[in-house]
Design a protein around this ligand. Structure first.
Ligand code: FAD
Length: 439
């Protein structure tokens, strides 16, 4: 066992030791014999320890990157577990199809997106990623291969969607795509002065806009509490844009920044500049899907900006009196002075995912990136937990590095139904931290 820098999670908060197995074919089963516990690993774009398995084996899907079948009439794609959303988009967009749900990076694998049941900027219209998976193959440590869908092995399917890699190894998956006419999005960005204005924008935009999201300045307070930039968009029709787009130039953060570069002062300057980028107006433009969905992907390794201690992402969903609870949360963050530059607020709708441990549910969700300042950061997160608990909410395992077993059990009431589906040879560092104590 040793620390492998290439198999970390995105927050770079943990430095765990692993053995690594990388099966070359989806028919391989040899890795099931490796040192237990086992855990599948995609691209490590989860922020915390749900994709880590300290002192155990990670089963990397890097070589399981083949397309298996594509029905261009119906828009149904089947591919191996390690195929990334970037790979999929490069093939389907020129053919007039798009992924129904996409997270804020395209550098995730299809199996990783299933195991966290990821959401996008359109949850209120189409639900989660798992809602669009028509079937998948699950390899259990017994060597058994099971086709899982809403009709076949439905209980195991429900446990595997959002199942955090604990129910076995997804070897391939099939997804229903959505039709598009070209690669462009008609986007509108609007500056708002506070949280109430932001909520109004979500309400006004819900019916006519497929995608909605807001960036929040978490250091603003008083009458400016929750100020930020709201963005909404729809896929362009063929009359309004040419078909293809040119690939953008990528840049990379070449090294890990020294500690403390992202501090209250630098983040406050960034937030002020970003908030004012529209000059108080709104801006409408036609942009390609890469710029709309994946602005952060243009800067590879941006997580190195947070320094050698990494960062903690905190993503919660608030349900009861969500707007008031969100104000309470933002007030606490602004008061704490803990800087978080990338703060994303979205509205979840009520479309039910098949996944037993799916995170999204009707309410408001906020994702925050706090540079790791040790105890001070953990203390703030513990205080935020109280607000989330009082609002009947939950924390997102894909982003988490520190949630307690109590918080997990409160947020995931179907946990008891899920547990019997866990594969006996599979586990993760996250699971060992949050699993209910054995009775
Ligand atoms: C910039 C950025 C933006 C993001 N935006 C969003 C967002 O908007 N919405 C959102 O929901 N998430 C978002 N995320 C989180 C990310 O989408 C999820 O963490 C995603 O699941 C990561 O996929 P991965 O392929 O990197 O998987 P990993 O992080 O490597 O693994 C994720 C989980 O999948 C399991 N897994 C991987 N492969 C398999 C397999 N073959 N069989 C069974 N289980 C498997 C792992 O065990 C683990 O539990 C974002 C992440 C980043 C870095």
């Amino acid at each position: 066992m040793k620390f492998h820098a290439a198999y970390q999670s995105w927050g770079r908060y943990f430095h765990y030791q692993h053995d690594i197995e990388s099966p070359a074919w989806r028919q391989d089963t040899q890795f099931l014999e490796q040192t237990e516990p086992l855990l599948p690993y995609g691209l490590g774009r989860s922020y915390g320890d749900s994709c880590l398995n300290n002192n155990g084996t990670l089963i990397s899907t890097e070589h399981l990157n083949r397309f298996i079948a594509f029905d261009g009439e119906r828009g149904v794609l089947r591919c191996e577990a390690g195929v990334t959303l970037a790979d999929i988009l490069s093939v389907i967009v020129p053919r007039g199809w798009f992924i129904p749900v996409t997270p804020g990076t395209k550098y995730v694998t299809i199996a990783g997106a299933i195991a966290n049941d990821v959401h996008g900027k359109n949850h209120n219209h189409v639900g989660t990623f798992g809602c669009h998976i028509t079937q998948l193959e699950l390899l259990r440590s017994s060597g058994e291969r099971l086709i899982c869908s809403c009709d076949e092995n439905p209980e195991l399917f429900a446990a595997t969607i959002g199942g955090l890699g604990l129910t076995g190894f997804i070897s391939w998956a099939e997804i229903q795509l959505i039709p598009i006419e070209n690669a462009f999005i008609q986007e509108e960005s609007i500056q708002f002065a506070n949280l109430d204005e932001c909520i109004n924008l979500f309400e006004q935009s819900a019916a006519d806009n497929q995608y909605t999201v807001a960036w929040i300045d978490c250091l603003a307070s008083g009458t400016q509490l929750g100020r930020g930039i709201f963005t909404r968009g729809n896929h362009c029709t063929s009359h309004s844009a040419e078909k293809n787009h040119t690939l953008r130039k990528l840049r990379s953060v070449p090294f890990t920044f020294p500690p403390g570069c992202l501090n209250k002062l630098s983040v406050s300057v960034f937030n002020n500049l970003y908030f004012r980028k529209l000059g108080g107006r709104s801006k409408s433009s036609r942009i390609d899907y890469d710029h709309f969905f994946y602005p952060l992907d243009a800067l590879l390794n941006w997580n190195r900006l947070y320094g050698p201690k990494g960062f903690i992402q905190y993503q919660c969903v608030l349900i009861d009196n969500a707007v008031d609870a969100m104000k309470e949360l933002l007030t606490l963050i602004a008061k704490s002075g803990q800087p978080s530059p990338l703060n994303v607020l979205k509205e979840f709708g009520d479309i039910q995912s098949p996944g037993l441990l799916s995170f999204p549910r009707k309410g408001l969700t906020l994702a925050l990136d706090f540079p790791n300042r040790g105890e001070a950061t953990l203390k703030l997160c513990n205080e935020l937990d109280v607000i989330v608990k009082n609002a009947g909410g939950a924390l997102y395992p894909a982003k988490d590095s520190r949630m307690t077993a109590e918080m997990f059990a409160l947020g995931y009431p179907q946990l008891d139904t899920f547990i019997p589906h866990i594969d006996p040879k599979f586990s993760s560092s996250f699971w060992r931290r949050v699993q209910p104590p054995a009775v």
